[in-house]
Write a protein that binds this ligand. Sequence first.
Ligand SMILES: NC(=O)c1ccc[n+]([C@@H]2O[C@H](COP(=O)([O-])OP(=O)(O)OC[C@H]3O[C@@H](n4cnc5c(N)ncnc54)[C@H](O)[C@@H]3O)[C@@H](O)[C@H]2O)c1
Length: 314
Amino acid sequence: MAFVTRQFVRSMSSSSAASATAKKIVIKHVTVIGGGLMGAGIAQVAASTGHTVVLVDQTEDILAKSKKGIEESLRKVAKKKFVENPKAGDEFVEKTLSSMSMSTDAVAVVHSADLVVEAIVENLEVKNELFKRLDKFAPEHTIFASNTSSLQITSMANATTRQDRFAGLHFFNPVPVMKLVEVIKTPMTSQKTFESLLDFSKTLGKHPVSCKDTPGFVVNRLLVPYLMEAVRLHERGDASKEDIDIAMKLGAGYPMGPFELLDYVGLDTTKFIMDGWHEMDPNNPLFQPVPSMNKLVAEKKFGKKTGEGFYKHK
Ligand SMILES: NC(=O)c1ccc[n+]([C@@H]2O[C@H](COP(=O)([O-])OP(=O)(O)OC[C@H]3O[C@@H](n4cnc5c(N)ncnc54)[C@H](O)[C@@H]3O)[C@@H](O)[C@H]2O)c1
């Protein structure tokens, strides 16, 4: 009897697994909205792993810059990947670029997308407006995903009529190098959408992890409070920033110290995340403002990208 039950359960679970698999969307055509740091990286990786990609941004000039950056990055990847065979490297670059096109009109290109990945400015109103507009023009099956670092995926899903086909797809900078993708499931995201995105992440050569729609998901929820605690330690005069950086590299084995990492990530970006969390949960001690970082941001010292942050950069 136990055997029969086990067989029955096994055959039921394999047939339901098969039907769940059959229902998954195989993502082949990707529209990436936002050709900045993250969007360009996502487009590059998707195009180099057998997907057709349309990259959308606001102006031709921005897109020309994105394309130049992608080409340079691809040449670097090719040089490493095809050390022994530069000709194959050139072919890889050409093939990837030929799988990619650019557009300034998201509405006009979204009709062919299996997946729309948004990587525009970190502003909920602007993102909601974009998703609401595209919802009217994208095919029924198309999955929408946001690469937001700090905004609520549920709020964006609610701007559309496809809450079940909406999720977070959080990549890390630089996208061609960093292996992780956080796949964020809201209470409304269907299992089919979730599994389709897990599969998609794997075809990109990434390792997906899943997380509920909570502030910072996994990585930033742990990383940002740690970075802020390092700044507070320094503000109290307990240790110099140089010593804190050295301590975390040599004592914890981190590749960068917290101040180096803050300058790399961008102090403006980090402040934006902290402000959002503080607004959401004002009494949480981890989310309290950090005056010395906010002062640097007010002085437009954002870190590496502006040439100065906690450190001076050449
Ligand atoms: N920078 C990071 O390390 C990082 C990491 C993970 C996630 N993110 C998230 O990715 C998103 C993009 O960040 P980024 O660093 O690439 O920003 P970015 O400023 O480099 O690029 C944003 C791009 O979006 C374009 N854009 C803005 N509004 C648009 C619209 N309505 N339609 C089309 N294009 C539009 C801008 O012209 C710009 O080129 C944000 O949500 C951010 O939180 C950033």
